[in-house]
Every structure is written in structure tokens, then in C-alpha cells.
Design a protein around this ligand. Structure first.
Ligand code: ATP
Length: 499
């Protein structure tokens, strides 16, 4: 268009976008009337579902809120105040008089509901976005769903439904960030079923206190070689290891508490050792520093890594072969009914026998014998318990022959993978982070079980070992008393004279 011959230009073009109305407002009125009942029903169902979800997730909060409202409405605020005071007093008394049952029956539910709301529900969206665990497609955000939560005091178990297309490994990579975001010490990722995970957000270590050994039992029938109790897991359950049909490798730095696992096993087997149904053989290249504490419970024990140790290994390897020949066609595996004792071979500092031995001939013979026993000994009733400090391949190339592996405190991350297998550290088995103040704590990985677990072996003291020897041999043990160094009578500072 032109005004007085010139072209007209709009001085201020409208730059706002047209308001977008929801599509249903454009429907004809009669269609709206037609679909209104369906929309209303859907809305009611949705509201009921939301209400159900709140009830399901916060049953205690909802119940208390309803009761408080009802009391207030029917009996007035004085009755309400007195009732609340009475409930608080009863609970406080319960907590004071019987903390363990209070912690078991009362505390978990309110704690769970409080933490679910204040820690997880409130921050879930933000944490998921900042941790890169949401996905966006065609402008729509797909977020992992927060499911069931259970707060157990020392850890929170949080179930998660992953976004489609996500893998547990993505969560494992972000575990440390999630732990920090939710103010936990560590976060472990477990796969529950396809698409579903469970996060363990750990706040404190339930294994800080040593676990005392249980009383020795006279009932040999109660000892099951498939479930020998050697300590407690972090969930408070007994730590049971399988000896029949498996071999155990325990790796840890010096002072990690490997000895406590060894003695916990011997302690649990004591009734069978006494009755002769289990026979212990031991090799301790440290000159008896470990097995020399109770040599009486072993039927054969060698305190070096020389020819005697190799001869013992070869003898047991020959027994394995002989039993296998004898059982062939008759039995698939050892049972007590065979009349043969179950043999537990304990090798402390396994590396000294199969790797650090300077005599090449002895080293190779020892290594061959141990490999024979570990590869063929399961069925004929022979189990090897190997204790080791260095898990490198150059030291032990046949780690895979030990189907139960326990990583106690280790120096390096890489060693965790060497002991427990690839990927187990990412699932939370951080053996390199075990505190030096908790000897006896370790991560165990059993064959056929995807998830590792953390546990602490019993603390077997010198007095317990004396009791063990007395129990097995029937002869009371008297350790030499350690006398205090005599103090000078005249109060002089000069050194004493050796007696
Ligand atoms: N389960 C346990 N609970 C409490 N204390 C423990 C436990 N196990 C071991 N300890 C303590 O830790 C210290 C080291 O334990 P231990 O000698 O068994 O370690 P280790 O791994 O066998 O070391 P090394 O390889 O040098 O023999 C000991 O003083 C012991 O009393």
C-alpha cells in the first residue's frame, strides 16, 4: 500500500506470538458435553490414585493426621494435648527401657516417612537432572521414578524405576555423586529386576564394633558345612560361608584381620574337628605366627614353605585323586556317609608357598599341587582356605579356582577387581575404603550370587583360642603369664639387669 506515492511501513510490528489455546477448547460445544462425564470420571480416578499413593507411602503420617483431626473435632484441644503427651511419654519410656525393641518396631516407620519426604521426594527431580539421569525426547522429560523407600538407621534403601533405555552402569558411574547429593557416606547400586534398581545410601558403618564369638556348641549335627557361621553381615544377619564344594580365597593387607576369618571358621568347625569328621591341615610360612597360636587343632601343620610344606600339599593332592577314583560311578560328591573326613587345608600367606619360594622346583611343585586341589578337590570333600596379601596375577594366576572370594582391607582400587572380579567394585564393594580401625571386615563374593556383601568375622581372642584348644583336645591350656618388667626398688633411673 502506498501513501502519497511512498510505501507504508508498520512502525512497530506486533512481535508477540498468538496465544495457544488447549486443543479441547476448540472442540464444538456438543462434543464437550459428550466427553465431560468421561473426563470427570478420569479426574476422580486420578485423584483417588494420588490419594492412594500418599496413603501407601505415608501411612503413619496420614493416620496420625486423621486421628488428630478427629480428636480435635470430637473431644477438643485439651484432650488432644493430653493424649499426645501420653503417647510421647509412653514412647520415651519404651525407648529408655528397651531401646532394641523400640528401634526394631517403632522407629523405622516414622524415620522412613520423614526421610522419604525430606531427603528423597523433595530433591529427587533436581538431583536426577543435575546427575544427568533424566532423558529428554521431543520436548518431553523422562525421569527415573522414586519407588519404595526404607530407612534402616544406618542405610536407606531406595528403589528406583529406571528410564527406558538406561543401564545400571550409568547409575554405578554416578553413585558417588548421588551419595553426596543425598548426604550419605556411600551409595551402592543393586539390580532388583529388569528396569528396577535398589540404591543403598549408607550413613554409618554398622560393623564398627567387634563381633564376639558365640559359645562353642557340643552339637556336631548342628554344624552344616554348607553354612558355617563365621561372623555377622552388615544387615545384622549371621555371615555364613560355604566350605563343602568350594574353596575360599581371602585377601587383605597385613593387619586386615585375615586371621580372624580363619579362626572363626575353625571355631565353627570345632565340634566336627573334635569328633574327627573334619580334619585340618595347615601351612604357615611365617614360622607359625598365625597357625602356631593353636597348632593342636590341626592334624598336620607345617611352619615354613620348604619341602615339608610341598610334601603336605602333594599328599593332599594325592588324596583328592584317590578319593575321586574311589567315588567314581558311586557318588557325585563327598558326604559324611563315605566315612572319609572332610579336609580343610589352610594356607596362610599362600604367596610364600606358590610365588615367593626361591627354589624353582619347590615353587612349581607347590603351585601344581594347589592347582590340583583347587580344581578337583570340591567333589571329594577337600576345601582350601588361602590367605593372601597380594592378589596380582603374577602371584596367583588361578584365582578363578576359588569360588568364594573375600576382600578385606586392600591398598588399591585395582586390587578389588582382581579379588572380587570386574565390575564388583562399581556395585559398591569398596574394599580399598575399609577402615584400618575395623579389622575383620571384608567384602565377600560367592559363586552364583551377583551381589557382593559386607561382613565382619568374629573377633577370636587369645583366650578364645585357649578355649578352642581345650574343647578340641580335652586338655586345659595354660599360657605363660607375661610378667611386668621389675621396677627398680630404690627409685633409680638406671636400666634393670636381665634375669
Ligand atoms: N574380626 C576382628 N574384630 C576385631 N579385631 C580384629 C578382628 N580381626 C583381627 N582383629 C585385630 O586386628 C589385628 C590384626 O589381625 P590379624 O593378625 O588377624 O590380621 P592379618 O590380616 O592376619 O595380618 P597378617 O597378614 O599380618 O597376619 C589383631 O590385633 C587382631 O586382634
Amino acid at each position: 500500500m502506498s501513501v502519497h506515492g511512498s510505501r507504508w511501513a508498520d512502525p512497530a510490528p506486533l512481535e508477540i506470538s498468538r496465544p495457544r489455546l488447549p486443543w479441547w477448547t476448540l472442540l464444538p460445544r456438543w462434543v464437550k458435553y459428550l466427553i465431560a462425564p468421561f473426563v470427570f470420571t478420569w479426574l476422580v480416578c486420578w485423584l483417588l490414585l494420588q490419594l492412594g499413593r500418599v496413603l501407601w507411602r505415608y501411612p503413619l503420617t496420614v493416620t496420625v493426621a486423621v486421628l488428630v483431626g478427629w480428636l480435635q473435632a470430637t473431644a477438643g484441644h485439651w484432650v488432644l494435648a493430653f493424649t499426645l503427651l501420653a503417647v510421647v511419654l509412653v514412647l520415651a519410656l519404651w525407648r529408655w527401657r528397651h531401646a532394641s525393641s523400640f528401634d526394631r518396631f517403632v522407629a523405622p516407620q516414622p524415620r522412613t516417612e520423614f526421610r522419604r519426604f525430606s531427603v528423597y521426594a523433595c530433591q529427587w527431580r533436581t538431583v536426577m537432572r543435575l546427575s544427568d539421569l533424566v532423558k529428554t525426547s521431543r520436548g518431553k522429560e523422562y525421569r527415573p521414578k522414586l519407588g519404595w523407600v526404607r530407612s534402616e538407621g544406618w542405610r536407606d534403601r531406595v528403589r528406583v524405576r529406571m528410564v527406558k533405555g538406561q543401564a545400571p552402569e550409568q547409575w554405578e558411574l554416578r553413585a558417588s555423586g548421588l551419595a553426596h547429593a543425598f548426604k550419605a557416606k556411600s551409595c551402592r547400586v543393586r539390580v532388583r529386576k529388569p528396569g528396577r534398581l535398589e540404591l543403598d545410601l549408607v550413613h554409618r558403618d554398622p560393623l564398627v564394633r567387634p563381633v564376639p564369638v558365640p559359645a562353642l556348641t557340643d552339637d556336631a549335627a548342628s554344624v552344616d558345612l554348607k553354612r558355617v557361621t563365621v561372623g555377622r553381615t552388615e544387615t545384622g544377619k549371621p555371615w555364613r560361608v560355604r566350605l563343602l564344594g568350594t574353596h575360599l580365597l581371602t585377601v587383605g593387607v597385613s593387619g586386615a584381620g585375615k586371621g580372624s576369618l580363619l579362626w572363626s571358621i575353625v571355631w565353627a568347625l570345632a565340634p566336627l574337628i573334635r569328633s574327627g569328621r573334619v580334619r585340618l591341615a595347615g601351612i604357615d610360612p611365617k614360622g607359625g605366627m598365625e597357625l602356631g597360636q593353636a597348632p593342636e587343632v590341626f592334624s598336620r601343620v607345617v611352619f615354613d614353605n620348604g619341602p615339608d610344606a610341598v610334601a603336605l600339599l602333594e599328599e593332599i593332592a594325592a588324596t583328592v585323586k584317590e578319593r575321586a577314583t574311589r567315588y567314581r560311578g558311586r557318588l557325585r560328591a563327598w558326604t559324611p556317609e563315605t566315612g572319609d573326613p572332610f579336609i580343610l587345608l589352610v594356607v596362610d600367606e599362600l604367596a610364600d608357598v606358590i610365588a615367593y619360594q626361591t627354589d624353582k622346583g619347590l615353587r612349581e611343585r607347590a603351585s601344581r599341587a594347589v592347582q590340583t586341589i583347587t580344581s578337583q578337590g570340591r567333589a571329594p570333600g577337600v576345601c582350601v582356605l588361602g590367605l593372601l596379601q597380594d592378589p596380582r596375577k603374577e602371584v596367583i594366576s588361578f584365582r578363578h579356582l576359588f569360588s568364594t572370594r573375600i576382600a578385606m582391607r586392600l591398598d588399591e582400587k585395582a586390587q578389588v577387581d582382581m579379588v572380587l572380579g570386574d565390575g564388583v567394585r562399581e556395585r559398591g564393594a569398596t574394599a580399598h575404603e575399609i577402615s584400618e580401625h575395623t579389622p575383620g571386615v571384608g567384602w565377600a563374593k560367592e559363586e552364583g550370587r551377583r551381589e557382593p556383601f559386607r561382613a565382619r568375622a568374629f573377633h577370636v581372642t587369645d583366650t578364645d583360642l585357649d578355649e578352642l584348644v581345650t574343647y578340641v583336645t580335652g586338655v586345659p591350656v595354660h599360657r605363660a603369664d607375661v610378667l611386668a618388667f621389675p621396677t627398680p626398688q630404690d627409685g633409680s633411673q638406671s636400666g634393670g639387669v636381665a634375669a
